[in-house]
Design a protein. Structure first.
Length: 240
């Protein structure tokens, strides 16, 4: 093979190698970054403190699960109260009513420290001193594991109940629906689809028609087992 032919073949091989290397080593450019931040978030809700005398507050969580760490309540007179919560709330669930220290007072600010699991909203409700006694216990029951149905017998044919709420103890429960059987035998089926952690309560469930006595509440739910044992569900009713 002549020297000229060898040189030509060598040049062709080098060109092919360079071409393949260009494809394999194409330049990459960073075009965006997504960061999931587990650091606590602190927000301040300005109430104003101009109206209302509150003896308790309640929280509802929307859109995503949220771990609420701490609350600071700043009253209308400038004094403050620190409340440790340290509780995970599922989206759609509500806290219990959190009693405030001392006499009922106006609230200027609520400072909340929390860890959201995604885009979330936290709604705060003030329980006015003159309206905190509307709810009364109607009955409780220890419920089974998994998807199940249970009945809480109330037997309150007297009274005029306009809404109910479900309180959960020991283990979390996902409620799918409730059936309220009134004292006069009429029924109301309500789909709720709400997860309620242990130690929390559902949103208020409004009852249709005129306020009436309640004979029983039927539950369709799913209970998740924990080391604390079976869950307990209590029903509270609000008189009109």
């Amino acid at each position: 093979m002549t020297r000229t032919l060898k040189s030509g073949l060598l040049a062709l091989a080098l060109a092919a190698t360079a071409l393949s290397g260009t494809v394999a080593l194409a330049k990459e450019v960073v075009i965006g970054t997504a960061t999931y931040n587990y650091a606590p978030v602190r927000d301040t809700i300005n109430i104003g403190g101009r109206a209302g005398q509150f003896k308790a507050v309640r929280m509802e969580v929307r859109q995503s699960d949220v771990e609420i760490l701490d609350l600071k309540i700043v009253y209308g007179n400038g004094s403050g109260e620190d409340i440790k919560v340290r509780q995970m709330f599922k989206a759609g669930s509500s806290s219990r009513e959190i009693d405030l220290a001392g006499k009922a007072r106006a609230i200027k600010q609520i400072i909340v420290t929390y860890l959201p699991k995604g885009p979330a909203k936290i709604l705060f409700y003030g329980v006015e001193a003159g309206k905190a006694a509307n709810w009364e216990p109607l009955g409780c029951k220890v419920v089974g594991f998994g998807v199940d149905k249970d009945t809480i017998e109330v037997g309150r044919k007297e009274g005029a109940f306009s809404s109910i709420k479900l309180k959960v103890k020991q283990a979390p429960i996902e409620f799918f629906a409730v059936r309220v059987v009134f004292g006069n035998g009429q029924r109301q089926d309500i789909k709720i689809n709400q997860k309620v952690p242990a130690g929390s309560e559902s949103n208020a469930i409004d009852l249709a028609g005129d306020a009436r006595g309640i004979q029983r509440v039927d539950l369709l739910y799913r209970s998740l087992p924990t080391f604390k044992g079976k869950a307990e569900v209590c029903v509270d009713g609000r008189q009109k």
